[in-house]
Design a protein around this ligand. Structure first.
Ligand SMILES: [Zn+2]
Length: 52
């Protein structure tokens, strides 16, 4: 399974919202997380999407 998420992430480095595409991963607690990369500074971005 390789779901993609495309949408807004908050970049803590830029202190701004960025639109990026990331892979959706599910952690041990069953929470879906989108993991992307800031297109401006390259920082890893995480967004919690909720329970799977
Ligand atoms: Zn950034």
């Amino acid at each position: 399974m390789s779901d993609k998420y495309e949408g807004e992430f908050y970049c803590v480095k830029c202190k701004a919202k960025r639109t990026a595409t990331g892979n959706i991963e599910v952690n041990a607690k069953g929470t879906r997380m989108a993991k992307g990369k800031c297109p401006v500074c390259g920082t890893n971005l995480n967004r919690i999407l909720g329970k799977a």
